[in-house]
Design a binder for this molecule. Sequence first.
Ligand code: UTP
Length: 447
Amino acid sequence: MNYAEAEKRLKSCGQEHVLAYWKKLNKTEQTALLQQIATIDPKSVKYCQSALAKGAEVPDSSKGRAPKVAVLKGRKLAEAIAAGEKELKAGRVAALLVAGGQGSRLGYDGPKGCYSIGPVTGAPLFYFHARKILARTIRYGRAIPFYVMTSEANNAATVKCFEENDYFGLNPDDVFFFTQGMWPGMDRDGRIILDAPGHVFMSPDGHGGLIAALKRSGALDDMKKRGIKSVFFFQVDNPLVEIADPAFIGYHILNKSEYSLKLCAKRDPKEKVGVPMQFGPTFRMVEYTEMTDEQCNRRGKDGQLYFLYGSPAIHVFDRAFLQREAGKAMPLHLAFKKIPYVDAKGQVVKPAEPNGYKFEKFIFDILPNAKVAAFLAFDQKDEFSPVKNAEGGDSPATCKADMQAKWKRWLAEAGVEVKGDLPIEIDPAYAVDAADLRRWGLCLGAD
Ligand code: UTP
């Protein structure tokens, strides 16, 4: 793109000020700015502006009902596992990881997936995800292609982490990296913010950016070519997740579902998780901020919370559903943040108060479009302990403790008692569940 093309593009969406400092930039900075402008789609700019004009509309959730959530046991559980295993043995299951977030609460300088979490080995989050996929690949004899969404900011470091670790044992041909989109930040008037005279402030377009990125990158075509039907979606910060869990895959298949969600009982009525609600024939994820106090605390006749279940973002999608959604616009969510900007004198200012908007799409906004959705309960302590904060709740310390408590339960089931505070870690490729440990008749521990 040259200067004239850049100017034309910016004019078409009222953002000519992006070139205000052009003459003060050196050649390298000018080239970089032109490259950045080439990635800014005027249609997207107008879409952000219209979201801004609408403001942070809070949808009315007062008529929402709690959806029917299955708790699988006995014969039903066995049937779901059998159906899931059939899909895995036929090679119709893929794993899809969103790892493009900025991890600002954790404050780690690098992709969150490279963060060391192994209680004994210090292995990174990516290790636990990849090794679980490897374990199921070995168990079922068919590859589970692994699609990893990164952002422009962390793609190179993510790929390097996989390369340096020999893809954690996975076949590189079955690992597909793709980057999500970036949106420019805007001030209250819908003007794009420059965070340096030659640089537009951009941020990742949210985990919902996944849908467009899957299409743009060719990942969806790749899934189709490989005969994938079910796509297991998970987040990078939860090493407890049971990736491609046969029971969940099977439940999804048996229900002919397009979008299935694993849900766990909230730890407290106001826990900061999305709550799926039913509105007539469709479902929608209601954010905790949208729920009234009455809704949060409402109880059924059994004394249980009426809106008991929250979503830890563990989903299975039908591939064809993702394909159908890929061409559609998704709603934008606004986050009012402190964004560095260039003042009238060309100086960069770090504001003390929020001054601009970031725009994000959320994956669960496609839930209302699913013709069939299914909800499956699971026990939070077994599958969900995210690393969100540096300290306190949902931190590396709580996550490591939860990982070890889970392995201790497995070992106890296999007849091994772990005494005291001995740190333990089990390579998921060695045992992906307690049954594996029993099968091997051995266990690994720290010495
Ligand atoms: P979070 O909402 O927890 O955000 O992401 P985050 O960026 O990791 O952390 P904070 O909020 O800055 O502290 C949940 C999941 O969605 C992914 C993250 O990588 C994580 O797996 N995500 C989030 C993306 O892939 N892209 C995004 O733009 C945002």
